[in-house]
Design a binder for this molecule. Structure first.
Ligand SMILES: NC(=O)c1ccc[n+]([C@@H]2O[C@H](COP(=O)([O-])OP(=O)(O)OC[C@H]3O[C@@H](n4cnc5c(N)ncnc54)[C@H](O)[C@@H]3O)[C@@H](O)[C@H]2O)c1
Length: 399
């Protein structure tokens, strides 16, 4: 099969993170894009040639495109994914899949109706480290899974944010924007099917008072396995202090002090700062230091970032990430399983799509999977608001 011809819908910050990975994948070619910003379209053509469209409709009608990657803002994911599916393009959608379970359902139905694949990517559960942890857990070598606990303290709230990123109704805030990484990871390790969620989210940054910035969640899987997710995005403590400096953050400690002061002083031009991180910005293209700045992978292995610290506990041992792969703790002590290769967002999604289309390998991060992750996120919000346990109805198993 010839390389997949990829079209990008939305040349924003997200695209600067996955385009380098797509470039490295030998069975994909970046041939087209759509963005409402002319500067981004010009930058795209300068870098990749191909076609740069002013609308996602035009991109979806482009006969040279096989796969459309939806990286527009959250509130457009549903409409843009359906446009692509109706045009018989395979779809990759960045996280979060959409704003509601109902939107996700419509996206899945559109893909199914049109016989195209729908892959929901750009979440950290696809990373080789997490996949390696899952292999150990499901192998049964440590006995039955008994608990999953994950923590991420990072600086999401300090970063340049445009209005829609701060508005929960548009999928803003940390539960919709960042939690999919952690929910996907926990669901993968636990087998996928979450029974219920009890959680509390907080809005404690005075400068961004309507935006959820932290949450603590207790998930229970159908088989009774418990999981906790603890997230704090206010940019004080940084979990990477506990993980050899490897983690997810944008700013150093000194920069956080300066950024917080600027936020409090009202001297940050968020639109301009965000623009400076997007594809085609003066300071940044897909490989420049500008986008590396937003790549958020820090630590000794620049090619692999982590989303905090995740420990999967089994009857006879624990599994967690290590500096070179994963640690497996068992009755005979601790051993390290090396995990070779980069995180590779962009490459990972293209590989999964290509193997599905050529070898029939089912997509693991498909629409039904991501719908279930969105349901958990929505339940975190609802549980906090109503101060009660939320039962789930749309879960999907890991495969
Ligand atoms: N920022 C990140 O680090 C990051 C990482 C992974 C995934 N994501 C996800 O990527 C998506 C976009 O986030 P972002 O931070 O890149 O935002 P962004 O604002 O930087 O990028 C969105 C891009 O879409 C374009 N756009 C907006 N409306 C459009 C329309 N109707 N038609 C065509 N183009 C349109 C904008 O001009 C912009 O270039 C979100 O779903 C987000 O959750 C973001």
């Amino acid at each position: 099969m010839p390389p997949l011809r990829l079209g990008i819908a939305g040349l924003g910050v997200a695209s600067t993170l996955f385009l380098p990975g797509v470039e490295e994948y030998p069975h994909a070619r970046i041939v087209a894009a759509a963005d409402v910003r002319g500067s981004a379209r010009d930058a795209f053509v300068a870098r990749y040639g191909g076609h740069a469209h002013a609308s996602v409709e035009a991109l979806c009608a482009d006969p040279d495109v096989d796969v459309v990657w939806i990286a527009t803002p959250n509130q457009h994911h549903c409409a843009h994914a359906i446009l692509a599916a109706e045009a018989r393009k395979h779809v990759i959608c960045t996280k979060p899949m959409a704003l509601t379970v109902e939107e996700c359902e419509r996206m899945c139905e559109a893909a199914e109706r049109n016989g195209v694949q729908l892959l929901c990517g750009q979440t950290w559960s696809m990373s080789p480290d997490v996949q390696a942890m899952w292999q150990v857990v499901r192998s049964g070598e440590l006995g039955r899974l008994i608990a999953i606990n994950t923590w991420l303290y990072t600086d999401w709230l300090l970063k340049p944010r445009v209005a829609e990123e701060l508005d929960e109704a548009l999928g803003g805030g940390v539960v919709y924007r960042h939690a999919p990484h952690l929910i996907d990871t926990v669901r993968l390790l636990g087998g996928g099917n979450v029974r219920s969620v009890r959680a509390m989210a907080g809005r404690w940054m005075a400068e961004r008072p309507s935006t959820p910035g932290n949450f603590s969640a207790y998930l229970e899987f159908e088989d009774g396995t418990p999981a906790t997710i603890v997230y704090n995005g206010y940019g004080y403590f940084d979990t990477s202090e506990l993980t050899w400096g490897i983690g997810n953050r944008m700013y150093s400690e000194e920069e956080r002090v300066a950024v917080r002061r600027a936020l409090r002083g009202g001297t940050v031009d968020h639109e301009a700062a965000k623009e400076g991180m997007r594809f085609g910005a003066a300071a940044s293209d897909a490989t420049s230091t500008g986008s590396a700045r937003s790549a958020q992978s820090v630590g000794t292995r620049a090619h692999i970032g982590w989303f905090g610290i995740t420990v999967a506990s089994c009857e006879r041992g624990d599994v967690r990430q290590s500096p070179n792969g994963i640690y497996v703790y068992g009755d005979a002590g601790r051993r390290e399983i090396p995990v070779i290769g980069g995180r590779g967002t962009g490459m990972l999604e293209m590989k999964e799509m290509y193997e599905c289309l050529t070898a029939g390998t089912p997509i693991a991060h498909d629409g039904r999977w991501a719908l279930a992750t969105l349901e958990v996120g929505a339940a975190i919000v609802q549980s906090g608001a109503e101060r009660r346990e939320i039962m789930l109805r749309h879960q999907a198993g890991a495969h």
